[in-house]
Design a protein around this ligand. Structure first.
Ligand SMILES: [Zn+2]
Length: 487
């Protein structure tokens, strides 16, 4: 079998292979920080670390290129650690095992960390090269992009000097990103009021599963099923008919994922068992019909379980079912200038019992328009305030507003067309990039984002398309040569 080190461009894959062996999930980046520092000292390059762990390695311009504007190559050093349930893998110490799969590289049953390991590898290959020609160069490696962007948040004014930033963290070769959505979470904590279960009733578990799930930014406009919304719709309707009582409600996982599964434990009067079974059948038929194209595996099931000790009080249960029913989910607005670009969305991400007495509802809002992001976040706040929950917003992160007059964008279009004989697609992404945060500290930075093609990021299906790494590399090198002249 072919090895990573035999792939082109050799130098990028060689560093990528080294990085795979270094544990680096978010918030546990010590080893990768030390690795980058020793790489810099091994190559006699200036290296500094800031108070949040961001690393900046600088390299002077190659001879004759001193008059170019300073360029910052930026990637994040952390990765998401996700694995298939049956595998034993300790992300704190085990290396990622890569494998070739057709024209792709993936890992055995874990995330690969090409997001954003390939950005790190390309930056290192340029720092180590005596062939690549460039102006004054800085490589910025940020920490903790995946679980809070605290590296980009903590970046201080003055830490980097360059005025043009190339973010190497997007995932479709042939596309150049010039903007991204900002995001904020709205989290409701509900103190549960319970009462003991009554006699002459039985307990049932209702499950919704088989949904695809997806990223709450990239996939929000696709009309995918939301397991919590579907389960709640069933419960709301069943409540009108059978006097159900909810004991337990659980759905969704991460704040940035569209929920795939949800379950509820309910009680119903014993005599209603058959009726509720029949009702579930007919309800499932209706919902499956609605989703038959996009969610062909959708399933609703009912199963008798052990009687719980207590259930929600009637009044609170009604309010909860109403609130979740009224809670918006999905695409809310399209951009008025760029056709088809998602502008504002919200994800009903999870419902979980934090303890016996507290239910937490997590929602996440995105918009490339700051005021629209605020508006939908406040709408969620008012909805869950009506429910009687304690509601809080996360700090959130700002969007990156597209600048159609950007000099580096113009250059990138020319370079791409010259190399590959076609125009790149210029896009705004409905997910978060660190660029919005950089702009807060460095308002005059001229930025674009690009990368090789990565599919299934943040899942054990993550894979990177080999051929696009070569194109990404050629494009990157040419961008450095063609960088704008200072002044
Ligand atoms: Zn990333």
């Amino acid at each position: 079998m072919q090895k990573l080190s035999e792939l082109q461009p050799k130098e990028v894959w060689a560093y990528f292979e080294e990085i795979l062996a270094i544990p680096r999930i978010s918030k546990r980046e010590t080893q990768i920080i030390e690795y980058l520092e020793s790489f810099a000292s091994g190559h006699g390059l200036d290296c500094k670390r800031d108070h949040v762990g961001n690393i900046l390695i600088s390299k002077p311009a190659t001879p004759g290129m001193e008059s170019l504007k300073g360029i910052i190559l930026q990637s994040h050093m952390d990765m998401v650690g996700e694995k298939n349930a049956h595998v034993k893998h300790d992300f704190a110490k085990d290396p990622i095992q890569p494998q070739m799969d057709g024209g792709w590289v993936k890992a055995y049953d874990t995330t690969l960390g090409a997001d954003d390991g390939i950005g790190i590898a390309a930056s290192m290959a340029i720092l180590a090269s005596d062939q690549v020609r460039h102006g004054p160069l800085e490589c910025l490696f940020t920490t903790d992009e995946e679980s809070g962007m605290t590296g980009a948040l903590g970046l201080q004014p003055g830490f980097v000097k360059g005025s043009v930033l190339l973010n190497l963290d997007s995932e479709d070769e042939g596309e150049i990103f010039i903007g991204c959505a900002g995001g904020i979470d709205t989290v409701a904590s509900l103190r549960l009021k319970r009462k003991r279960t009554v006699r002459n009733s039985i307990a049932l578990r209702v499950c919704v599963n088989g949904l695809q799930g997806g990223h709450s930014g990239d996939d929000i406009h696709k009309g995918l099923g939301n397991s919590i919304k579907i389960l709640n719709r069933f419960l709301w309707n069943a409540d009108q008919r059978f006097k159900i009582r909810i004991a337990h409600l659980d759905g969704g996982k991460a704040r940035n994922a569209i929920p795939r599964e949800a379950t509820a434990v309910i009680t119903v009067p014993s005599k209603s068992l058959e009726l509720i079974r029949v009702y579930l059948e007919s309800f499932a038929g209706i919902v499956k019909k609605e989703f038959e194209v996009i969610e062909p595996e959708l399933e609703l099931t009912l199963q008798q379980v052990e009687m719980p000790d207590s259930v929600l009080r009637r009044k609170q249960q009604k309010k909860l079912l109403n609130a979740l029913y009224a809670c918006p989910h999905g695409l809310l607005a399209l951009n008025q200038e760029i056709p088809g670009m998602v502008e504002t969305s919200t994800n009903l991400a999870s419902v979980k019992h934090i303890d016996e007495d507290t239910l937490e509802i997590v929602t996440s809002q995105r918009s490339s328009v700051e005021s629209a992001k605020r508006d939908i976040a406040d709408r969620m706040l008012s909805l869950f305030t009506l429910l009687g929950a304690r509601v809080r917003h996360s700090d959130g992160y700002p969007g990156w507003k597209p600048n159609m007059d950007s000099q580096i964008l113009r250059i990138s279009r020319e370079v791409y067309a010259e190399l590959f004989g076609k125009e790149p697609e210029v896009k705004v992404i409905h997910a978060g990039l660190e660029c919005g945060l950089f702009l807060q500290k460095y308002p005059d930075l001229d930025m674009i984002s690009f990368g090789p093609t990565i599919k299934g990021a943040h899942t054990p299906e993550e894979r990177i398309e080999i051929e696009t790494v070569d194109r990404f590399w050629r494009f990157l090198i040419r961008m450095l040569e063609k960088a704008p002249v200072a002044g």
